[in-house]
Design a binder for this molecule. Structure first.
Ligand code: NAD
Ligand code: IPM
Ligand code: MN
Length: 356
């Protein structure tokens, strides 16, 4: 098949890891006889530097016209001035909104070969397999916000807003996914305190009761979830939650497989191209050193093939290759647990060798 893929390398380690993702996609194209064409576009800090805008219009147009988008990461200390006119992260939020990507799928799987990389005990993490659905275009990230001086005192606000349809659509996707897995769905909220969480809980319960009576459903408050996630991760199958709770819980969950550098994600909407990215950021502390773990991005490429291009065998080939590379003992420093390690490109090479 022919596919037109937009690459958004972004900042920090973004370009280093996206390059490895592209090499893997190329290897898949060769192996399975596809034709992938790439267009690299600006987003984030590099886009601010070159155009003044973290998401220039040509990037939006290219993404809208593409079959799928692969993103590295945005942001870094260079653009962190709190009084700056704009920020790299604005570009990422805006592309999610422009493409209507309301659901962010974040699978948390522990690789048997990597249980030693987790700071948690083997018997806790082994066999974990959770699929998070993080709502991605609503909530506190997108509600009314700003600053105001009241009686000479500066105030800042960000407002959490959810509408019924916004909750319905992401809960539906999550419940459908649960049907195809172990049939269990957990909704995470803060309904004991927050009004939008109370709406979330009502809507989620109704959608599951009316449309997915076969799905085993429960509700957990977000603060308790932060604890359950690392004390009994195997009890969870599919988890659905709001934008900010999902952001925080999945970074926490990265300690189950052992590193942020292992976790991919897929952002999808009702139609149109999906956007695929690692869940981690631009890792300024290791940028340019050639040691970033490219596996999250490579696994995001597998999600791209599966969800946007419907190439299941090709996606499975990448996932199997990653498992083989880990089984052979290849590690970047973040998952090496003190043992010998290799760099970003060498890890990409190992995946390519298995795919060849
Ligand atoms: P981060 O995810 O960039 O890094 C957190 C820690 O994890 C760092 O120690 C980093 O070295 C490590 N890490 C992350 N990815 C790794 C990889 N692939 N291999 C090895 N180690 C890895 O989070 P941060 O430091 O809080 O944020 C840095 C910048 O990234 C900020 O500007 C933030 O806004 C941005 N950010 C962007 C995205 C995105 O583009 N999707 C996501 C999160 C953070
Ligand atoms: C993520 C990041 C982003 C988010 C930031 C950089 C806007 O943390 O993709 O998880 O909070 O969604
Ligand atoms: Mn995040």
């Amino acid at each position: 098949m022919k596919a037109n893929i937009v690459l958004l390398p972004g900042d920090g380690i973004g370009p280093e890891i996206v390059l490895q993702g592209q090499r893997v996609l190329d290897a898949i194209a060769t192996k399975f006889n596809h034709q992938f064409t790439y267009q690299s576009c600006l987003i984030g800090g590099i886009a601010i530097d070159q155009t003044g805008d973290p998401l220039p219009q040509p990037t939006i147009d290219a993404c809208l016209a593409s079959d799928a988008v692969l993103l590295g990461a945005v942001g870094g200390p260079k653009w962190d001035d709190p009084s700056a006119k704009t920020r790299p992260e604005v570009g990422l939020l805006k592309i999610r909104k422009e493409l209507g990507l309301f659901a962010n799928l974040r699978p948390i799987q522990t690789f048997p070969e990597l249980v030693g990389a987790s700071p948690l005990r083997r018997e806790i993490v082994e066999g974990t397999d959770i699929l998070f659905f993080r709502e991605l275009t609503g909530g506190i990230y997108f509600g009314p916000s700003g600053r105001e001086t009241i009686d000479g005192v500066e105030h800042a606000m960000a407002t959490m807003v959810y509408s019924v349809p916004e909750v319905e659509r992401v809960v539906r996707l999550a419940a459908e996914a649960a049907r195809g897995r172990d049939g269990r769905l957990t909704s995470v909220d803060k309904a004991n305190v927050l009004e939008p969480s109370r709406l979330w809980r009502q809507v989620a319960e109704r959608v599951v009761r009316e449309e997915f009576p076969d799905v085993k459903y429960d509700v957990v408050l977000v603060d308790a979830m932060a604890m359950h996630l690392i004390s009994r991760p195997k009890d969870f199958d599919v988890v659905v939650t709001s934008n900010m709770f999902g952001d925080i819980l999945t970074d926490e969950a990265s300690m189950l497989p052992g590193s942020l550098g292992m976790l991919p994600s897929a952002s999808i909407g009702a139609d149109g191209p999906g956007l695929y990215e690692p869940i981690h950021g631009s890792a300024p502390d290791i940028a340019g050193k050639g040691i970033a773990n490219p596996l999250a991005t490579i696994l995001a490429c597998a999600m791209l093939l599966r969800h946007s291009l419907k190439l299941e065998d090709e996606a499975a080939a990448i996932e199997a290759a990653v498992r083989k590379v880990l089984a052979a003992g290849h590690r970047t420093p973040d998952i090496a647990a003190g043992e010998a390690s290799i760099g970003t490109e060498a890890m990409g090479d190992e995946v390519l060798k298995v795919l060849a």
